[in-house]
Design a protein around this ligand. Sequence first.
Ligand SMILES: [Zn+2]
Length: 111
Amino acid sequence: MAASGRSRVGGCDVTCIRSILLTRLRTRSLPTKAILFKVGLESSPLCRQCGIVDSNDHLLLSCTVFEQLRNNLRASLGIGALHYNWICTISTFNRRACSAVLHFLQSTNLF
Ligand SMILES: [Zn+2]
């Protein structure tokens, strides 16, 4: 725990990590298997669970493993369907929506 009371990981506090995750989501550069495969850090671009290319869209919109988390996200956002481009336009001033999206991402235990 840092002196400020915030936990730190590798010199980056929780606020910094959350900002990085949101930026990576918005730029479709979350380190999914497809992206890690492109840079030689994974042997396959396919999702281990679904066998579908593990892209940012797959993670956020269709991976069967995260269906319950996705349902929770939809409920938190008060929407019926998720649209990647809409998620990317959530203002950083909309703390409730940002927290819901970040909760989804962190609940996947992938990041
Ligand atoms: Zn999947």
